[in-house]
Design a protein around this ligand. Structure first.
Ligand code: BV8
Length: 247
């Protein structure tokens, strides 16, 4: 019988960018230990105090662009897997990232879905147009599409907003042979439910690669713990050499 192609879906979270110098959210020194979600990461917060919200994202955008932040070995290994896996198993590798940084792109990943948006893009509240954004927002800039003034917000999905490309993500989860979760605490839905979806709707093997067990650790068929820049390169070598090993 002809062997089915083996597609891989990889969910990444803030933990994969930690060793590149970007903070996570829920670690001890994480972002949510310094600022309240309700104050900076909801549509209501933006309506109440747009300056505070713009300032929160302007600071993170400046850090990403000016803070010598580069992809680490984990990002590089995933870009290698995307390039070499098709010859190995005929399938495709797609990264679904919760992260709003551009480190997967910078490492060379192409099949990439930013389900929570991108900090280096702005979205116009007047026309919905999305455009590149490397400067501070909230200083009276105009939309490059409809030229409305001061209508640009970060192209980021806030709590209470629908994440992007969900239909495509569920299709990918239902048609993958391997679901890998990297650097995420499994606190935020619907991303935290992807492992269950991959297991119950398909034949996927599921593995968690994280610094420590996530909220959903027990749902995974396999788990390895340690820093992403150690775990991911080694796991990619193993996949390319031996294929998907069902533990
Ligand atoms: C929505 C962008 C519905 C902004 C973010 C059930 C179903 C559906 C929704 C809900 C539900 N229950 C609750 C909800 C609501 C809510 C939610 O999940 N709340 C939580 C807090 C309970 N979800 C939503 O609101 C979502 N929207 O459901 O809409 C809807 C329906 C109809 C119509 C309209 C709407 C939207 C959620 C998206 C919010 N935006 N980000 C920004 O970045 O500022 S989410 C935020 O958390 C982060 O951006 C991040 O993407 C996300 C997840 O965090 P992690 O990436 O996991 O980071 P964390 O720090 O938590 O963990 C890091 C991990 O890395 C740790 O485990 C650590 O051990 C590990 N680590 C650390 N160092 C390393 C490492 N691992 C490896 N190596 C290392 N070196």
């Amino acid at each position: 019988m002809e062997q089915r192609v083996q597609n891989i879906v990889i969910l990444t979270g803030a933990g994969i960018s930690k060793e590149s110098g970007l903070d996570t959210f829920r670690d001890e020194d994480g972002i949510w230990s310094k600022v309240c979600i309700e104050d900076v990461a909801t549509p209501e917060a933006f309506r109440c105090d747009p300056e505070k919200v713009q300032g929160f994202y302007n600071a993170r955008r400046r850090q990403l662009l000016g803070g010598n932040i580069k992809p680490n070995g984990a990002h590089d290994a995933l870009a290698r897997l995307e390039k070499e896996w098709p010859d190995k198993a005929g399938g495709k590798v797609t990264i679904v990232t919760q992260n709003i940084d551009n480190l997967h792109e910078a490492a060379g990943s192409v099949n990439l879905i930013h389900m929570h948006g991108e900090i280096l893009k702005a979205r116009c509240s007047a026309c919905g147009g999305v455009s590149p954004c490397e400067d501070d927002l909230g200083q009276g800039e105009s939309c490059p599409d409809c030229v409305e003034i001061n209508r640009l917000r970060p192209h980021v999905v806030w709590f209470g907003e629908m994440p992007l490309e969900m239909a495509r993500i569920y299709d990918l989860l239902e048609d993958c042979a391997l679901f890998i979760s990297i650097g995420t605490s499994g606190n935020v839905y619907p991303a935290a439910g992807f492992v269950q979806h991959a297991r119950s709707h398909g034949l996927a093997h599921t593995i968690e690669l994280n610094l420590e067990p996530s909220e959903g650790a027990t749902i995974f068929a396999e788990a390895r713990y340690g820093p992403a820049s150690d775990l991911i390169p080694a796991y990619v070598v193993e996949l390319l050499k031996y294929g998907i090993a069902k533990k």
